[in-house]
Design a protein around this ligand. Structure first.
Ligand SMILES: O=C(O)C(=O)C[C@]1(C(=O)O)C=C[C@@H](O)C=C1
Length: 113
């Protein structure tokens, strides 16, 4: 059987030190602001990539550009290292986004075909 630390139990939140709860709330406010910024930045990025998708489809260019992706990954890994973020995580995150972009590019190309 596993023993649960009292702090792991949400039911005990009302028993926690008010100073701890205030600090938790302050940190969560910052997390919410950062999450909002990430969403807004991603929305801007997708607005750009949608334009790239139309440009590529109109000029019969392939949806994916693996050489460009390699350069982006190398650059992002270095940025991550400098920012003390796990470069493997940064690469996974970028690869995930690019896969979605390529899916959008393919949809745009198919709609024009
Ligand atoms: O730069 C391009 O050619 C894009 O289509 C954009 C993008 C990206 O999301 O950054 C997406 C697909 C490509 O394989 C490379 C990069």
């Amino acid at each position: 059987m596993t023993t649960k630390h009292p702090a792991d139990n949400a039911d005990n939140a009302d028993q926690a030190d008010p100073a701890v709860l205030a600090e938790l709330s302050r940190l969560r406010d910052s997390i919410d602001n950062i999450d909002a910024a990430v969403v807004h930045m991603l929305a801007e990025r997708f607005k750009c990539t949608q334009q790239v998708g139309h440009l590529k489809a109109n000029h019969h260019l392939p949806p994916a550009d693996p050489a460009r992706e390699s350069r982006q990954i190398a650059r992002l890994r270095e940025l991550a290292e400098n920012a003390k973020l796990d470069p493997a995580f940064a690469e996974k995150f970028l690869t995930f986004i690019i896969a979605e972009v390529i899916r959008h590019h393919e949809t745009i190309a198919n709609e024009k075909a």
